[in-house]
Ligand binder design. Structure first.
Ligand SMILES: Nc1nc2c(c(=O)[nH]1)N[C@@H](CN(C=O)c1ccc(C(=O)N[C@@H](CCC(=O)O)C(=O)O)cc1)CN2
Length: 284
């Protein structure tokens, strides 16, 4: 068996094409959506991700508001920029690129954001709304995973899903989206404290590998025909992306998302969706 490819690039392109039309309609009403980004420090990956987000904005007609601070920025200096974007009428929604430098209290920064401008869906208020089944902007990567599965006809209802990882951007919120009544999946959350990870993986109809551990998921860990989402990113000595999923899994799985080219582009596309939806709510 060779897995069907969950093509994030093509799916993201279709989403951006639809958003271009929606942004033009907003501009007809005098509203230009604006995405703000706060980037602290000099991590090359973060700089690459934020640059990609703003390229996407230019592609669909969303305005960009970019704030960069040095790795030496203090908690107060970062929070001052958060307060600035909270008040900026040109900023429809914004993100604080994670991770922040060591020593900065990330949770305090996220809690200071205006929840209505939380384009990442990671504000405690919005994660709480998710728990309470209240409308809220959805975390971009988990929502990108769902969109990829749906667009490729992977059955989620009643599926046994194993999520590997418990990070704030993927692992922690992913089960919240999958166990909503609209998805009705059964989720097992695995992490570094899990005994016999392979036993859990072999039961899964869907695997979301978001640990950031190179080739953690091997061919022998995957039930034939399962859908495997390779989300976690490590980099080898040459700086090349190595995913959480061993390439040999493609011979066993029914569907697989490439990495790069799978969930990453979906993360960026869902961010744009959150910004456009916030702007559309402002004119309703
Ligand atoms: N505030 C946030 N910080 C971080 C998030 C997030 O959702 N919000 N997620 C990750 C990084 N991330 C978003 O910022 C992200 C990861 C990957 C990609 C992407 O397009 N990847 C490409 C490859 C890019 C490359 O060549 O390195 C792909 O997979 O094809 C976009 C965004 C942590 N921080």
């Amino acid at each position: 068996m060779t897995a069907q490819i969950l093509d994030g690039k093509a799916t993201a392109a279709a989403i951006k094409s639809d958003l271009t039309v929606r942004v033009a309609a907003l501009k007809e009403k005098g509203v230009t959506p604006g995405l703000g980004t706060i980037l602290v420090g000099d991590d090359p990956g973060s700089h690459k991700y934020v640059a990609g987000k703003h390229r996407d904005c230019a592609e669909v007609g969303i305005a960009s508001i970019q704030r960069e601070l040095p790795a030496t920025a203090t908690q107060d200096e970062i929070e001052a920029v958060v307060r600035e974007l909270n008040e900026d009428p040109a900023c429809t929604g914004y993100i604080v690129q994670l991770p922040l430098p060591r020593g900065i209290d990330e949770n305090r920064v996220l809690e200071l954001m205006d929840p209505d401008k939380d384009a990442d869906g990671l504000h405690p208020m919005n994660l709480g709304r998710l728990v309470l089944n209240e409308p809220a902007p959805l975390p971009c990567t988990p929502n990108g995973v769902l969109t990829l599965l749906r667009r490729h006809g992977v059955e989620i209802k009643g599926a046994e899903v194993v999520v590997v990882g418990r990070g704030v951007t993927i692992g922690r919120p992913m089960p919240l989206l999958l166990t909503r009544r609209s998805e009705n999946a059964t989720v097992t959350q695995c992490h570094t404290g899990t005994r016999d990870l392979s036993a859990h993986l072999r039961r899964a109809d869907i695997i979301v590998a978001a640990a950031g551990s190179a080739h953690l998921v091997r061919p022998e860990d995957v039930k034939p025909g399962a859908a495997v989402l390779d989300v976690g990113v490590s980099r080898n000595a040459e700086g090349k992306i190595v995913g959480d999923v061993h390439p040999g899994v493609a011979e066993v799985a029914g569907w697989i998302s490439p990495n790069p080219g799978g969930v990453g582009p979906m993360t960026r596309a869902q961010l744009l969706v959150n910004v456009v939806e916030a702007a559309e709510r402002s004119v309703d």
